[in-house]
Design a protein around this ligand. Sequence first.
Ligand SMILES: C[S@@+](CC[C@H](N)C(=O)[O-])C[C@H]1O[C@@H](n2cnc3c(N)ncnc32)[C@H](O)[C@@H]1O
Length: 219
Amino acid sequence: MANVREQPILRELREETATMHGSQMQVSPDEAQLLSMLVQILGAQQCIEVGVYTGYSSLAIALILPESGRLVACEKDARCLEIGKKYYERAGVSHKVDVRHGDAADTLRAMIQNGESCSYDFAFLDADKRAYDQYFEMLLELVLFLSDHLVSSPHMSRRWGVIVIDNVLWQGRVADPLVDDPKTVSIRDFNSKILRDSRVNISMVPIGDGITICRKIWS
Ligand SMILES: C[S@@+](CC[C@H](N)C(=O)[O-])C[C@H]1O[C@@H](n2cnc3c(N)ncnc32)[C@H](O)[C@@H]1O
């Protein structure tokens, strides 16, 4: 497949999203391209997105997932989900997307209670910024980690779950000590926490609004 950001259906979804009444959010083709490449490079099969909006990133991921792959797509806004579902259908990927309407924290908690810990390869976190830490803790539980003695081959690719976190630069506000609104403080505190977190390796990438790529290294 060509680069996902060049797919006409993604362009169409982006245009429809831009014309939505009251829409202030922007979707990022560069981020979606990176996400889909990561999913492909990892050979990910089981993915989660927290905060779907109209489905731009989830569609980019679903397009690249193999037929056996699945993306659990968590979103609280039914109107946005209807747009996403229309595009999954049109792109022929709706069988790969498991849409979960409701509060994402409730959905993730239910997945853990349902015995799904350590069974996801890839997660994308992009919902309420004040709850990042809460989502992150549950995603860390849900993504895979196989310690050395459980890995049959040193070349096995799916040993570590990866979590990608969006908006970590928050348009530069996290670096401005004079900005102290709740969302900025929450993202700033979250960035500091995961920098020191021995359960993960991280790399912050300054594309879009800043994303952190986080690899689980401890279970
Ligand atoms: C920035 S948008 C997501 C954009 C999407 N990830 C993309 O790249 O195309 C954030 C979304 O998170 C959703 N959201 C915020 N809080 C939520 C919650 N508690 N549970 C589920 N979804 C939530 C919002 O409704 C919004 O659609």
